[in-house]
Design a protein around this ligand. Structure first.
Ligand code: ADP
Length: 449
């Protein structure tokens, strides 16, 4: 087992990983930017090293500075968290070549799944159902028109190297398609350093269903059931739950088996997520595989009783999975809300600034994963997530009721947060009935894409 791990991240996920390490008797090294000097992860770690200026490129994406910090502190492994360098194959390779374990899959799997076109192509060849289209990049106008004709409108234009819900465009006709392809290519080059885009069928009013994978380095791959991440804003998740109200045991078993098949095809190890869209007829399609721990991993932990970060660390250290598929039981219901410093009433614009009053909920069935407390200054440089509120219950109804009272207790002032929006959602009968699709929030707020 590792004796010391550097956490190449910040915020709630750095805190989450440090906590797991402490419980495992592993020493920790935090890295931080000049904007995060007073941050919780810096205080909790055994050692902390400043790796650069406030901007991500200067610090949390600064590979030479992070590797130097790892060498100076003599760690045996790096945990990348999510975002930043977590899906950067080059970084994983550098760690491998410096003899520092990268707590994640191999650089080969990251590279393969990081290209959505190659990933879809591999899945199709492996017998995993994919969203129609999108197994080759579209280079020009004719390519685009042909691709759209094959699958039929509406279509969605996506970046091969895309992530975080950015840069996708839904098109209903040729004129819109041509301009969308051009903008998408330019944006993809600027954001992801790769201008490849592809076109696939736009699935109407789907649910986002993803399966949590655990895979050791000895060829054992299992799944821990699904998460339903249908409540999204501009293709970004806001609320996640496990299990999904849309799956029965038969469909869960079928999709779970397909997810395991997908992970095996990618020669995957440690923790990862296979994402699907589920349409109204019950058909499901692979969209992508995320080669890292997900933001929403706690809902799976709450219904399976497992600690995903500890499992991830154990598997990265080469331990064999002790669990078999039949040992995995989902018990009860868990729901997570991402608490973002954003103004939902004003097009979700970020709301950085000082938190003068902070009071977080507690009590039975409540878990809060956060790095925030009174006096915390929300920096404008990073993702706007302040933390995650997770509630549990024996049933979905119970988890919702606990969520409602927890949201009532949660006070974060004076900055704007997504809490008022969640209060509205959890009192909506449509949400209670579980009759939701990915355009739920747009409908609720009376918007059109
Ligand atoms: P990213 O990697 O940027 O998160 P994904 O491919 O995972 O992008 O898609 C994010 C979300 O965008 C999905 O959960 C879904 O809501 C929407 N989406 C993506 N592809 C499609 C599609 N073909 N049809 C309908 N919605 C889609």
């Amino acid at each position: 087992m590792f004796s010391k791990i550097l956490i190449a991240n910040r915020g709630e996920i750095a805190v989450r990983v440090i906590r797991a390490c402490k419980e495992m008797g592993i020493r920790t090294v935090a890295i931080y930017s000049e904007a995060d000097r007073a941050s919780q992860h810096v205080k909790l770690a055994d050692e902390a090293i400043c790796v650069g200026g406030p901007k991500s490129e200067q610090s949390y994406l600064n590979i030479p500075a992070i590797i130097s910090a790892a060498e100076i502190t003599d760690v045996d492994a790096i945990h990348p968290g999510y975002g930043f360098l977590s899906q950067n194959a080059h970084f994983a390779e550098i760690c491998e070549s410096c003899n520092i374990s990268f707590i994640g899959p191999s650089s080969r799997s990251i590279r393969l799944m990081g290209d959505k076109i190659a990933a879809k192509d591999l899945m199709r060849k492996s017998g995993v159902p994919i969203v129609p289209g999108g197994t080759a990049a579209v280079k020009n106008k004719d390519d685009a028109l042909n691709a759209a004709r094959k699958v039929g409108y509406p279509v969605i234009v996506k970046a091969a190297a895309g992530g975080g819900g950015r840069g996708m465009r839904v098109c209903h006709n040729d004129v819109r398609l041509i301009s969308a392809v051009m903008t998408c290519q330019t944006e993809a080059q600027a954001s992801f350093g790769n201008s490849d885009v592809f076109i696939e069928k736009f699935v109407q009013e789907p649910r986002h269903i993803e399966f949590q994978i655990l895979a050791d380095r000895h060829g054992h791959t299992i799944h821990l059931g699904e998460r339903d991440c249908t409540i999204q804003r501009r293709h970004q998740k806001l609320i996640e739950e496990a299990p999904s109200p849309a799956l029965d045991p038969k469909l869960r078993k079928r999709m779970g088996e397909v997810a395991v098949k997908a992970a095996r095809a990618a020669e995957y190890s440690t923790v990862g997520t296979v994402e699907f869209l589920l349409d109204k007829s019950g058909a499901y399609y692979f969209i992508e595989m995320n080669t890292r721990l997900q933001v929403e991993h706690p809902v799976t932990e709450m219904v399976t009783g497992l600690d995903l970060v500890k499992e991830q660390i154990r598997m990265a250290a080469g331990e064999a999975l002790k669990l078999k598929q039949d040992d995995v039981k989902m018990d009860g219901w868990a729901i997570e809300c991402r608490i973002n410093a954003e103004d939902p009433a004003n097009n979700f614009i970020p709301s950085p600034g000082k938190i003068e009053v902070y009071h977080q909920p507690g009590g039975r069935g409540v878990r809060v994963d956060t790095h925030v407390s009174t006096g915390y200054q929300v920096p404008p440089y990073y993702d706007s997530m302040l933390g995650k509120l997770i509630t549990t219950g024996k049933t979905r109804q119970e988890a919702i009721r606990v969520m409602q009272r927890a949201l009532e207790e949660y006070t974060i002032e004076p900055i704007k947060t997504t809490i008022p929006l969640y209060k509205q959602i959890f009192s909506d009968p449509t949400f209670w009935r579980g009759q939701i699709s990915t355009n739920y929030i747009e409908k609720l707020l009376g918007e059109r894409e």
